[in-house]
Write a protein that binds this ligand. Structure first.
Ligand code: ZN
Length: 323
């Protein structure tokens, strides 16, 4: 994804939503990556999510049309099959900006397929072929490992599915792991989010109409700041309010952030309100964390505590929607 412009307004730290769980995790050590709650709300396991991010990285960079990508697709499919009611792999062909035509796989896990009230959850599982924001130009043609930019969002959604399998939910949940988000080039918005664009044109269920969607992207950094992304506010501000009210922890900031070209734009354009939980940095030239599109986007820069906050926020949102 790429930042298109930056809007920063006064920040105020959110309070977590009413009766739902609140996170006390504050650093990246494994022992701290638990959340505490004063009620019977389920607690998201950030350490387990971290392991799921690590497992994705062990395949190597998941660059489309590579063996690592193919192997990871199989692993994601079987991992979802263990905790979803149905799993489908949507294959398609897309046109890239620089690499010609490309075969893609969107991997879709469904919980409670019969439920009419549905929540759409998305993350991209591919990684960028080029670390073209690396400070060392010699790395610009190397692939990005994507521990944060790819694996982190997927890891949270996989762990969420596992926990929902244990706890049960009355809500319908659709987890859509989209491919080929990160092969874009500057000044060509349509060159990004190719898997999401394909899914938006070919939804896995005819007439698919969830309540709304939540996209996770770069949700693993110890220093993450999740501000209210500009396009999310333009298209789906009421749902931004809902999610930020349920936010579990200090990484969620109640302030407007930048505008990011990401998968959610194309979901919104297809008529499904969709927000983006993404780490944006007001103090950075790129608008993102220092590891963004560099060879340093590795598992060592991922924090179980941050993953726990994001997963707990999703559990809180689901509990809210179930009421
Ligand atoms: Zn990216």
């Amino acid at each position: 994804m790429k930042m298109t412009l930056l809007y920063i307004v006064l920040a105020a730290v959110m309070t977590a939503c009413g009766s739902t769980g609140t996170s006390t995790a504050s650093d990246s050590t494994a022992d701290s990556a638990t959340t505490t709650t004063s009620t019977a709300q389920p607690v998201f396991d950030g350490n387990a999510a971290y392991q799921l991010a690590r497992q994705q990285c062990e395949f190597g960079p998941r660059v489309p049309a590579t063996p690592a990508h193919a192997k990871c697709a199989d692993w994601l499919t079987s991992t979802l099959e263990a905790c979803c009611d149905t799993v489908m792999v949507q294959t398609g062909t897309v046109q890239t900006a620089t690499e010609g035509k490309l075969g893609i796989k969107n991997i879709i896990g469904t919980i409670n397929p019969q439920a009419s009230q549905r929540l759409l959850l998305l993350a991209h599982w591919d990684t960028r072929p080029w670390a073209d924001n690396d400070p060392n130009a010699a790395n610009h043609d190397k692939p990005v490992m994507g521990a944060n930019d790819g694996a982190s969002g997927v890891a949270v959604l996989l762990q969420l599915a596992r926990q929902l399998k244990e706890s049960g939910t009355t809500l319908g949940i659709d987890i859509v792991l989209v491919d080929a988000e990160d092969m874009g080039v500057n000044d060509n918005e349509d060159s990004w989010a190719l898997g999401a664009q394909y899914w938006a044109q070919h939804p896995h269920v005819a007439g698919y109409k969830p309540l709304f969607g939540i996209l996770l992207d770069m949700v693993g950094s110890e220093d993450a700041t999740f501000t209210r992304e500009y396009y999310s506010m333009q298209y789906a501000n009421g749902f931004v309010d809902l999610v930020w009210k349920c936010a579990a922890g200090s990484h969620f900031i109640n302030a407007q952030g930048g505008a990011v070209t990401d998968d959610h734009i194309f979901i919104n354009r297809a008529g499904i309100p969709c927000i983006d939980i993404i780490d944006m940095r007001a103090d950075s030239e790129t608008g993102f964390c220092p590891e963004w599109h560099t060879v340093d986007d590795t598992i060592g820069n991922i924090s179980p505590a941050t993953l726990a906050e994001v997963g707990q926020t999703l559990l809180n949102v689901i509990a809210q929607l179930e009421q």
